[in-house]
Design a protein around this ligand. Structure first.
Ligand code: 5GP
Length: 178
């Protein structure tokens, strides 16, 4: 059986989101913010974050899929659901669950920049800089973590575990099944 080890309890995550929101409230005071979440992993983080934002907020989502190994090398990401809102001239905050190689974020931020927002920043809950393949640095980062596969708080393994309130390291089973 695979084993879950607590990495971040719920209370720690919530406290850190409060700090991130305070920074974002300061940086965007008095401006309307278009918050774009990357499905599916960012949905819980986005929901907790926006409830702590004090400026006018509009929420939208994009959904992406990767092409497996070929995608990792090429950095090409398929957009399954585009933004519904017009991005041009808006203050856009892209919300991601975790930045790993950075390929998804690089592709998406370039794609959205081409729509000419007034400003585009990236907020991620987790950052795994050890595995970075491209030069990309989130503007707001909840936690920098070592190179482990993590689940919970929106993050999945085979679509499971997203509902866990904390974040866990997923240890593969002894037979190497995962
Ligand atoms: P990147 O393009 O930065 O390599 O990949 C980012 C995406 O890979 C994340 O949005 C997430 O969907 C997935 N990912 C990367 N690391 C992890 C991890 O440790 N756990 C889970 N559940 N997903 C991850």
């Amino acid at each position: 059986m695979e084993r879950l080890e607590v990495l971040m309890p719920e209370a720690v995550i919530q406290a850190r989101i409060g700090e991130l929101a305070a920074k974002i409230n300061h940086d965007y005071a008095g401006k309307e913010l278009l918050v774009v979440g990357i499905l599916r992993g960012a949905f819980i983080f986005l929901a907790d974050l926006v409830r702590r934002l004090e400026m006018p907020v509009v929420v939208d989502f994009v959904a992406v899929s990767s092409y497996g190994q070929a995608t990792r090398s090429s950095g090409v990401v398929r957009i399954l659901k585009d933004v519904d809102e017009s991005v041009t001239g808006r203050q856009l905050l892209l919300v991601e669950d975790i930045v790993d190689s950075g390929l998804t974020l690089k592709y998406l931020s370039e794609y959205l920049r081409a729509k000419q927002p007034a400003d585009l920043r990236v907020c991620t809950l987790l950052d795994k800089p050890d595995r970075r393949q491209v030069d990309i640095k989130p503007d707001y980062n909840g936690f920098t973590i070592p190179d482990h596969y993590v689940v919970g708080y929106g993050l999945d393994c085979g679509q499971h575990y997203r509902n866990l309130p904390g974040i866990y390291i997923l240890h593969p089973d002894q037979d190497g099944g995962l």
